[in-house]
Design a protein around this ligand. Structure first.
Ligand SMILES: Cc1cc2nc3c(=O)[nH]c(=O)nc-3n(C[C@H](O)[C@H](O)[C@H](O)COP(=O)(O)O)c2cc1C
Length: 226
């Protein structure tokens, strides 16, 4: 049972990485062999629209045909039983490298020749014959009341929908009000921000870390049931 954790933050030990570490602990405690990769360690492209994965009798088998530094990470993700992708929210979306990673992970397993199961009517839009239990972890600076206002739940649900469709399972955990700097006095930020975040960090962040831990455990359990 292999579980891969993908850090889509440029920072390797801040909130996104901390949430991923907790999820990784949860997965390890549930019996998985765990590994973390940091997307910002390498330079790579998003989907280049070559359509090699859509050519008739394509031999790509779900692995993006475009070769660059992302290829080994895509190989690991496709071989995993559990995949957790962590991303900060940048301008209401996952970071650029996460978007690029997900385009190249998802497009080659998406078929344009979906099959309908004659008995159940279910549409199979993936070329994969196995499932990968997927989880998204998002971190963001905004407070709770901004989350709905910015339509983040819709964005989360849309990604979960694709993960479900292509890999068989997808769910989301998030934390907000994230600390952005160690020392707020050095930055040009309104005075009320740091105390507000300090309160959240003390009262709610430990619970969010626990949710990440439980996500790791739950996804391994899910993968074991397959
Ligand atoms: C370029 C940039 C854009 C950001 N845009 C948003 C945003 O749209 N909404 C939000 O809630 N936080 C936003 N943030 C805050 C980050 O999402 C937040 O600090 C996150 O937890 C950073 O993750 P890290 O600490 O793991 O690097 C932005 C930060 C940066 C650097």
């Amino acid at each position: 049972m292999k579980a891969l954790f993908v850090n889509g933050s440029p920072r390797e030990n801040w909130t996104t990485a901390q949430m991923l570490e907790k999820a990784m602990q949860g997965a390890a405690d549930a019996g998985a062999e765990v590994e973390m990769v940091h997307l910002y360690d390498d330079a790579f492209k998003g989907c280049v629209s070559c359509f090699a994965c859509k050519v008739k009798n394509s031999k790509t088998n779900g692995l993006c045909a475009y070769r660059d530094a992302l290829t080994p990470i895509l190989e690991k993700a496709l071989a995993a039983d559990v995949l957790v992708i962590g991303s900060p929210i940048y301008f209401s979306h996952p970071t650029g490298p996460v978007r690029s990673f997900m385009e190249r992970l998802m497009f080659p397993v998406l078929t344009y020749n979906a099959k309908v199961d004659p008995e159940t009517g279910a549409v199979k839009s993936t070329i994969l014959d196995r499932k990968i239990a997927c989880g998204m972890i998002y971190t963001m600076g905004c407070p709770e009341e901004m989350i709905a206002y910015c339509h983040y739940p819709e964005m989360f649900a849309e990604t979960d929908k694709f993960l479900n469709m292509l890999f068989g399972y997808g769910e989301t955990v998030y934390t907000h009000n994230a600390y952005q700097f160690d020392d707020y006095s050095k930055y040009d930020v309104a005075d009320y921000v740091e105390p507000f975040r300090a309160k959240y960090r003390e009262e709610q962040y430990p619970k969010d870390l626990e949710s990440a831990y439980e996500l790791g455990q739950r996804l391994v359990q899910k993968a074991k049931e397959e």
